[in-house]
Ligand binder design. Sequence first.
Ligand SMILES: C[S@@+](CC[C@H](N)C(=O)[O-])C[C@H]1O[C@@H](n2cnc3c(N)ncnc32)[C@H](O)[C@@H]1O
Length: 198
Amino acid sequence: MASQIGDTRAAVRNRAPIYEALSPWLSPGTRVLEIGSGQGVHARYITERRPDIAWQMSETSAGMAALCDRLSREPITTQPAPITLDVRQAWPAGQYTMIFGANIAHIMPMTGVRALFHHGAAVLEAGGHLCLYGPFFDTRQTAGAGNQRFDAALRARDPAMGLRTRQTLDALAGAAGLVPAACQIMPRDNRLLIWSKR
Ligand SMILES: C[S@@+](CC[C@H](N)C(=O)[O-])C[C@H]1O[C@@H](n2cnc3c(N)ncnc32)[C@H](O)[C@@H]1O
């Protein structure tokens, strides 16, 4: 199941499997824009192992203080400072090879998920990838009990949160000009979903 906001234990637990799964998609020179970097656990782990890629962390204004606090104590010196980014607002003007987000789609409201695909596709270069790690439902499969409990707990906390279905995300991706490229099964009933820009 996914991490809670402000809790890095899940990120520390899943950083190595995410790195392993993402590695084949990270060619030298890849420019990654990470959405909802949290406390930079994935950025740190991956860029320490792949100094040949560029990783732009981002956080919402609400999450930026915790990220900056972490980075002040444990700097990531090889990568640029994080930028403030709420996916529903203005995105950076740059072009990226990859948009990556871990455990974000069930936290942001559907307006955010829609904006993520719409704006994310716009800043991706042709042939680039949008990658989401986390727990998802699949309408063709019965959901695992852990993910069902997690979804119920999220919705009880905030009705705008909740696990998204792969089919919903595929539809949003298709509307934005992205095609499904991979669905990798990850530990603890998570997935790494990847869409490619034509
Ligand atoms: C569960 S945390 C995951 C943090 C980190 N990626 C990890 O795996 O440890 C959810 C993240 O989604 C981000 N988030 C929520 N709504 C967002 C939005 N509208 N735009 C960008 N990020 C958002 C939060 O700021 C937070 O960093």
